[in-house]
Structures are given as structure tokens and as C-alpha cells.
Design a protein around this ligand. Sequence first.
Ligand SMILES: C[S@@+](CC[C@H](N)C(=O)[O-])C[C@H]1O[C@@H](n2cnc3c(N)ncnc32)[C@H](O)[C@@H]1O
Length: 332
Amino acid sequence: MSSTSEIFPTWIAGLRKWHGWLQLSAERAYMHAEEEYNSHYGVAAVETREGEGFCNLLQAQQIDTTGPALEIGCGTGYLSFGLARHYPGPDYLITDPSPTFLRLTQSQFAPDFAGTTRRHYAVFNADDAALLPAGMFSVIALRSTLHHILKVEDFIAACARALRPGGALVMGAEPCETGFLLMAAVAQSIPHTLKAAGVEIRPAWTEKLNDFTSTVQFCCNRDIDKTNGEDKHFFGPYELGRLGEAHGLRLEFLPTGSFQDFAPPYASAFHCFSSFFLMYMQFCMRFEDPFMAAIREHLKPQLKFIDDCYRSHPGPAISSLFLLKKPRTGAA
Ligand SMILES: C[S@@+](CC[C@H](N)C(=O)[O-])C[C@H]1O[C@@H](n2cnc3c(N)ncnc32)[C@H](O)[C@@H]1O
């Protein structure tokens, strides 16, 4: 038995419990209604492939999985279900600052759920990552969560400390700066394009387009206080690679990659810029059908131009996978 497999249960047993959850941080509700999160994103069934793909990716990348896994920002459990089913390590700590999200994630697991690992649940805010014990986790998993964390470098430093040698901080579905900037530039061209085609632009459409482009600008900017924004940052491989390196972690960047790409049928979830852009406008920005029909018809030349630039290699990187690996002890 390794020392960590003894240390984790002892640490967990010593944590305070409040309203049924282990308490590592103060509770904090999400900025949007948690109960509506799945319907907002069109998630109608329990997701299994993200977590399965995640575990296959760990294996492909030769990440140590003998110790506990920590998930930060579980939301409704999009990654958690498959991870609990396939993670080979002994323990899996599922966390979110929102107890409502913890409850929604926990409710996915029926009493007869056949998992590979023990599940634990904690209220945890990544801003408190420095409180995590050193060398405790083999894997720290995030899906679409890094961009919500205020002090990214402090977070990466704390994760580097909390990881075991050979482990990794694995972050999927994270927004990339250049890809979102490209989407915003295309979005800015919409009013002019639709007007030229004789389509009447509704005030609600203008409002949403402005909302999208100003969010992109907010997340790209580095010189403003982001404390009160829910979405805070966009990333690039150079920046995250440099931050990782400063704290002894090595970056593996998979542009346009997602966890489910590594689960059967092993197909890339990202097809091309145009399909991602249209999906984003429909499900994330919730534009209405007449708007979607108008941009499908009149934005074709702009979208085709970008698709043609990436006809034989992955890109542009809009949402991507970042693995920050902690070298094994004695590794060069
Ligand atoms: C976009 S949702 C993603 C949820 C889930 N991982 C998924 O992929 O569907 C972002 C999640 O990050 C959580 N979150 C926001 N700020 C956080 C923070 N500072 N620390 C930890 N989690 C945070 C939210 O409560 C929410 O569950």
C-alpha cells in the first residue's frame, strides 16, 4: 500500500461536513440557474463518453492513476459520471463551489451504479487550491472550469504542488483566445451581412451579439479586475505552457480536442469552424430560429473561407484540451 493511499482517507475523514457535503471552501452559487444548466446546453441524458474518454486519454498519455483524482467545477456531472465508471485509482473527489451542482451530479448515480473508484463530494472553490495537501492527487480534472478561476497562475502553482509525480492537471473544453476572437470578428460582421441581404435585424439579436462580443473582449483583456465576472479568461498554449513550466509542469496541448474523442467511436467532436460557430450561437448564445436560419444562409462565404483554411489540420483552436504533466521523480 503506498503512503498516499493511507493519507487520502485520513485527510478526508478529518474534513468538516456541512449540509451533507465535505467543506473545503465557502459555498458559492453559480451565476446562472444551476437547475436549468443541462436544458440550456441541450444535455438530455447522462453523459458517459466524456469521462470514459478522459480515462483513456490518461492511459494514452501515461499519466499515473494509482492515486486519487480530484475534479474541480463538476457542474451537473458531465465529466463525472464516466470518470467514476472508469477511473482506475482508489478515490475520486468531486467538487464544486455550488452545493446545488454537487446535488445534481450526485443524483446521476443510482444506488446500483457500478463504479471503479470511491466517490466523495466537497464544496470547493479553486481560489482555495493552496489548501490542498502537497503530493495528494494523481489527477486534477477540470472541464470548462479554468476560465472561471480568478488567479490562474496561483491555481496552477497550487495544483503543481498538490499533484503526485507522474500525475497531471487535465483541463478540457477550455476557451482559446484566438478562436473566440475569430468567432467575435465573424459575429461583428453579421449585422452588415444581414442588412445587405435585406434581412430585418431584431433589437434582441443586436443585444445578444453585443453581449457575445463584449464578453469576448472582457475575457481577452488582461488589464481589468475580473472578480465579478463569471467567465473570466481565454487561454493560449504559449501562455499556459509558460505558466506550467514556471511550476515544474509540462504542457501537452491538443487543439480542438475533447475528452470524448478518446472514447468509442473515437471520432473528433470538433468538425470545423462553421459547425462549432453555429452550435455556439444556437446553444450557448440561444439565438432564435429565424436568426440561425438567416446566418446559415447569408454567412456561408465567411464560414467557408475559415473552414477551407483548416481543411487538412485541426483548427482553429476554439475549445481545446490542455494537459499539464508533472514529471515522474528522476525523469529528465
Ligand atoms: C461552465 S461550468 C462547467 C461544468 C462542468 N464541468 C461541465 O463541463 O459541464 C463551470 C463550473 O465551474 C464552477 N466554478 C466556477 N467558479 C469556480 C471556482 N472559482 N472554483 C471552482 N469551480 C468553479 C461552476 O460552479 C460550474 O460548475
